[in-house]
Design a protein around this ligand. Structure first.
Ligand code: NAP
Length: 340
């Protein structure tokens, strides 16, 4: 049994995380905190948790968190995590951070996309990028996990086999991504009002979104050379779910044309409990994965061009589900515990 704390417990990802952890037989939630004026029972904030948890949510008290927790989830906005994580790490705690603060190896890129200087460069090297399908071995012994972004999770899983096996023209990758509104968190913003989003559909941050460098970083590692994708996110008039339609050209190497991609993807993800590959020509939709930790992938291979469709629930495989999957790996619990 491990004791865990959640900082940022009142946000979308925090709420989802509590719900999952309350179903976990090997975990006890011992501390919940957030930016909050008056301490309040967490089940008053989220009535769906009534009768399941009796903890009071207050401003984070790091001394208390260190005393009460083995592992701390930081479901916090970027810049806030890098203020808190170093204190917890120095105290010997394990940390799973949901923000982007420890995802990018190059702090100049972090500053360019997150418009602020990095304050904890020392711990970036310590962080393991928490995508189990690529980094399971390192996750096992990690003290700090940089839980991936939601768009990057869907994109990297969709492109990893082609990129790692050198079957893609790395200059040709176009990621057309669509997300439900919870992807933006609970912040109040005019652009996120129901009346602005309902019955509308739009692109935003076209080729400038902060998740682009994260996708490029991870795919470059797989390709063994620096690559840059074209990434265009869109806002869907719905609460949760991500669907990405990805267009690539196959590399011109002779062996690239002869392999059946669905077989190759199945082989690549053979042992993965949360990646499902469709039959060629069959494509997943968001409803197929909403409320689950799965990433479903469909492929259309026309020889020269390939179209890949990848779907996840942004709050589960894109955030809290993936964080729990990482925790399960770190503590040698069966990987699907509380997630299946
Ligand atoms: N939403 C997604 O689909 C998704 C997917 C992948 C990754 N993420 C990442 O996960 C993190 C959380 O996302 P979210 O969507 O849950 O955001 P959110 O709904 O805005 O929640 C943020 C949480 O952090 C708390 N918080 C903010 N500033 C704080 C501070 N200075 N001290 C203590 N607590 C503070 C908030 O408390 P108050 O509510 O009281 O302000 C709230 O509990 C973000 O880094 C986000 O990028 C989110």
């Amino acid at each position: 049994m491990i004791n865990v704390g959640i900082v940022g417990a009142t946000g979308y990802a925090g709420e989802e995380l509590i719900d999952i952890l309350l179903r976990h037989p090997d975990v006890r939630i011992t501390d919940v905190s957030a930016k909050i004026d008056q301490p309040k029972n967490i089940s008053e904030i989220f009535p769906r948790l009534k009768g399941r948890i009796g903890l009071v949510c207050a401003e984070p008290d790091l001394r208390q968190i260190i005393d009460k927790c083995d592992l701390v989830f930081l479901a916090l906005p970027h810049t806030v995590s890098m203020e808190i994580a170093p204190v917890l790490l120095t105290a010997g705690k394990r940390v799973i951070d949901f923000s982007a603060d420890y995802r990018l190896a190059d702090t100049a890129v972090y500053t360019e996309f997150y418009k602020t200087k990095h304050k904890d460069k020392a711990n970036i090297q310590k962080a393991v990028y928490g995508l189990p399908e690529l980094y399971r071995q390192k996750i096992r012994s990690a003290q700090l996990i940089a839980n991936p972004g939601c768009y990057p999770t869907a994109a990297i899983l969709a492109l990893a086999p082609l990129t790692a096996l050198n079957l893609v023209d790395t200059d040709s990758i176009v990621i057309d991504a669509k997300s439900g509104v919870t992807g933006a968190g609970k912040k109040v913003a005019e652009a996120l009002l129901f009346s602005e989003i309902n019955e509308d559909f739009k692109a935003y941050k076209v080729d400038t979104h902060q998740h682009a460098p994260e996708i490029n970083q991870e795919l470059s590692k797989l390709a063994g050379k620096k690559l840059k994708t074209t990434f265009v996110p869109h806002l869907l008039p719905m609460n949760r779910g991500i669907l990405e339609t990805i267009y690539v050209n196959r590399s011109r190497k002779p062996q690239a044309a002869s392999r059946k991609l669905t077989d190759l993807y199945r082989k690549f993800y053979k042992k993965e409990p949360f990646v499902r590959i469709r039959e060629e020509g069959d494509f997943p939709r968001i409803k197929d994965v909403a409320g689950t930790n799965f990433c479903d992938i469909g492929i259309k291979d026309s020889g020269e061009n390939v179209i890949i469709i990848s779907v996840i629930d942004n709050l589960l495989k894109g955030a809290s589900g993936q964080a729990v999957q990482n925790m399960n790996i770190m503590y040698k619990f069966p990987e699907h515990t509380a997630l299946a």
